[in-house]
Design a protein. Structure first.
Length: 270
């Protein structure tokens, strides 16, 4: 959802997993930014997964709106990721859904279904910087981390919650991406032991820090896959934040590509 990697299924396994993850990667200090991001992509992508979550949206005044949602993701071997996010409650957003297809050229396609109009709306590239359904996540944030759209530079290492992390800077790789993106750059903290993203900073076009994303309570779900039980996106300028807490998660459920279509957006359920 880039609840992309943010969202990488709850952060997968210890000694054996670490050995598998680090094996063949070479000395940590010798890795470059693109190598780290590619390694993360390989280790943290499941074939398919389903998550149900509770979302809490906090206003600057501290008021809270609560929503429930389910998200589906499919990444067939050597293919691009498709995701579908659907609100389950409350009634005013029930069945609202967002479909994302990772693009072959690096530019994703997104469609939004609003039950009130019973129509599917395609999200224009210029609109992906906008907030999604009143949350602190933009449409752009809910896309997979597409390595073709960014350049990556290793800035160094820092500790986050006692875990040693690579700090990688991501910048748009083309003029088109720079125009379409709401960010001039991002900083990404990736744990060295399991290649899971635990923190991101998002800088707006004038260079000011706009948002901070945090993945908490990482768990190893299987093999090299690790996922957070909680994800927070905080808008430091607006004083708002959105928190997602995972209720349940399933992997390798047998999702088919036919589920991730515009027609499916209007139906609801599997």
């Amino acid at each position: 959802m880039r609840l992309t990697s943010m969202i990488d299924p709850t952060l997968r396994a210890l000694a054996l997993a670490a050995a598998l993850m680090l094996g063949g990667a070479g000395p940590a200090a010798a890795q470059a930014g693109p190598d780290i991001m590619q390694k993360q992509r390989e280790l943290q992508r499941a074939r398919d997964e389903v998550e149900t979550s509770v979302m809490k949206i906090y206003s600057k005044a501290g008021e809270v709106k609560e929503r429930r949602l389910v998200s589906y993701a499919l990444t067939p071997r050597d293919e691009l990721t498709k995701t579908l996010l659907r609100f389950l409650a409350p009634r005013d957003v029930e069945n609202t859904a967002l479909l994302t297809w990772e693009g072959q050229d690096g530019h994703d396609d997104q469609w939004l279904y609003l039950p009130a109009t019973r129509r599917v709306k395609r999200i224009a590239a210029s609109g992906k910087k906008n907030r999604f359904m009143g949350t602190d996540f933009s449409y752009e944030d809910l896309s997979p981390e597409n390595l073709a759209l960014h350049t990556y530079a290793l800035l160094g290492s820092e500790s986050v919650d006692g875990n040693d992390c690579y700090v990688v800077e991501a910048r748009p790789s083309s003029e088109r991406q720079a125009v379409d993106s709401g960010y001039s750059r991002r900083k990404v903290w990736i744990r060295k032991d399991n290649y899971a993203t635990v923190k991101q900073e998002f800088y707006e076009r004038k260079g000011r820090l706009e948002k901070v994303g945090i993945s908490r309570d990482l768990v190893n779900v299987t093999g090299t896959l690790w996922r957070p039980r909680e994800v927070e996106m905080r808008d430091v300028q607006a004083g708002t934040r959105t928190v997602m807490v995972v209720e349940s998660r399933s992997l390798d459920t047998g999702l088919k590509a036919s589920f991730f279509t515009e027609a499916q957006l209007t139906r609801g359920g599997l």
